[in-house]
Design a binder for this molecule. Structure first.
Ligand SMILES: Cc1cc2nc3c(=O)[nH]c(=O)nc-3n(C[C@H](O)[C@H](O)[C@H](O)COP(=O)(O)OP(=O)(O)OC[C@H]3O[C@@H](n4cnc5c(N)ncnc54)[C@H](O)[C@@H]3O)c2cc1C
Ligand code: FES
Length: 275
């Protein structure tokens, strides 16, 4: 249990890792996440369950090398155990036959939309998937998502793959093409906000990447403002109605520990002599 079975770089910044976790694999549903502590002295980080295979007893996480803990996780050898693995956590995404659904994934959000796209298509929806990244090196899962979608559209900031521009341009076109019953947007906070600004009148779900500590609803760290009410992302999310999210509050809360995170990034351990 908790053994790292494989690791595969999907881009210079994004790593796919499969971990043996039979009980989590059996229970996991789209939209749920795990909390991982890579080593005994490591931090707790939440990562979306990008895939779960109950038959093999495995879960897959796909993560961006953001700072100290994601780097530590990516450096653990295959065959080693992660220190702690907690899940599945969070409320599963709403999966129904809505009709036409446009799903937008930006950056590492591309990994997070995969289980939802698959489940929405299996539920009989027409699924238009839009993916975007800064450049083609940072794009991944194109063929996997194409195979699960009715249609895949892609864009990069610099035009190195697909069209040049932002996912919001493709979203704007997709909702003009045909009546759309639901939009789902997962990615950086400014991207999710920009998507919501384009979709008044269409139910738009976002997956919030708030800071998390215990991930059990006890500490309040993951508090977000939804329609003027405080909600806990770990036990009441991470999916919320994007038109009700106070994105300014979320952005400000996400910046709370920026300086400390930077220090952790640059810190050289006097005992180990390494970062
Ligand atoms: C429900 C949920 C699901 C997520 N799923 C994924 C995923 O599938 N793939 C992925 O790459 N990332 C995912 N994230 C974000 C991921 O947790 C952070 O990138 C990670 O914690 C960064 O840790 P670090 O020490 O490497 O970087 P740090 O240097 O600590 O932080 C880099 C940035 O990551 C964010 N962050 C740091 N700690 C946390 C924390 N405990 N919780 C949330 N955000 C944090 C901060 O905004 C920070 O600016 C998810 C976050 C949430 C809340
Ligand atoms: S992370 Fe502590 S309440 Fe959600």
């Amino acid at each position: 249990m908790r053994t790292i079975l494989s690791r595969e770089p999907l881009s210079p910044l994004v790593v796919k890792t499969t971990i043996l976790a039979p009980q989590i694999a059996l229970a996991a549903q789209p939209g749920q996440f795990v909390v991982i502590i890579p080593t005994e002295k490591g931090e707790r980080i939440p990562l979306t369950i990008a895939a779960a295979d109950p038959a093999l007893g495995t879960i897959t996480v796909i993560f961006q090398l953001a700072g100290a803990t994601t780097r530590l996780l990516s450096s653990l050898p295959v065959g080693e155990k992660v220190s702690h693995l907690l899940g599945p956590l969070g409320v599963p995404s709403e999966i129904e036959k809505f009709g036409r659904v446009v799903v937008v994934g930006g950056g590492v959000g591309i990994a997070e939309i995969y289980p939802g796209v698959k489940a929405l298509k299996a539920a009989g929806n027409e699924v238009v998937t839009i993916i975007g990244a800064r450049n083609k090196e940072l794009l991944f899962y194109e063929s996997e998502l194409r195979a699960q979608s009715t249609e895949l559209r892609l864009i990069t900031d610099d035009g190195s793959s697909g069209r040049r521009g932002f996912v919001t341009e493709l979203l704007s076109e997709a909702i003009k093409d045909k009546p759309t019953q639901r939009v789902i947007a997962v990615g950086p906070v400014p991207m999710m906000k920009a998507c919501c600004d384009l979709t008044p009148g269409i139910k738009t779900i976002v997956s919030l990447n708030s800071l998390m500590l215990d991930a059990t609803g006890m500490c309040g760290v993951c508090r977000v403002k939804i329609g003027g009410l405080n909600k806990l992302t770990c036990v009441e999310g991470p999916d919320f109605d994007g038109h009700l999210v106070d994105f300014a509050d979320l952005t400000s809360r996400l910046g709370t520990y920026k300086d400390l995170e930077k220090r952790a990034d640059d810190h050289i351990c006097r005992l180990l002599g390494s970062k």
